[in-house]
Design a protein around this ligand. Sequence first.
Ligand code: PAF
Length: 282
Amino acid sequence: MIAVMKSLKTIAAARRWRKGLEKKVVLVPTMGALHHGHEALIRHARKLAGTDGEVVVSIFVNPTQFGPKEDFNAYPRPLAKDLAVCKRAGADAVFLPRVDEMYASDASVTVAESNLSETLCGRSRPGHFGGVCTVVAKLFLATQPTHAVFGEKDWQQLATLRRMVRDLNFPIAIEPFPTVREPDGLAASSRNAYLTPAERTLAPRIHAAMAEASKLKSPRAIMKSCTAAIGKIPGARIDYIEAVDASTLRSLSNRKTAGRLAVAVFLGKARLIDNIPLPSIP
Ligand code: PAF
């Protein structure tokens, strides 16, 4: 028998679906425009849920995490293709709320994180992580998962959401999933679609620069090498290149604790982010 993937359009429908499910319920929150990186997250969720658990994918382009000059209206919304990806990867249900279902026009309560979200992307995208925390809290309350899967590509998002779950006592296990890369090393991202063919050939040099720099020992040398190599990519504009502590996201001064090398680089219209581990050196 071929199982039918449920389409849940309202919070009430999501709660009705959730009621009575006693095994694992694994949520994969997305903004749609699903690529093979998302597909890997959904397949991972399927494995976590097992044969008797449930996988729900949310597809919601969240207006509150876009800045006034960002691409909310232009953000791609290829729904039919997205539903095919969810089905192929083994989702049992998709949650597809409209903006007015998620946000009252006079909504005035939000979730704010005031430490981890202030650095890295938080500096150039004020309000972004508040929007992410608020919508993810709402997605959690609508679908009530036991587990939620997030990609490591958005390391700061992952760290911030872990903190939210800890500090607000959500009874939900956060499951990280390693960054999915194209064969040439570029991190899979919906924003790669904004690259011109010429920019697309240059973009893998970002990860190559990071990988090469990460072979060095001191965080300062790593940042210097990475900045020099990325600075040579024609048309690249560096937003930040930082070696940070993997948990606190503060600047890494030595290699005694686990770190991440995190970058954000504009290439044409695309703002590309990436990060790789800087394992601690005993
Ligand atoms: O990573 C994303 O796609 C979004 O930030 C998320 C977690 C779905 C919240 O809108």
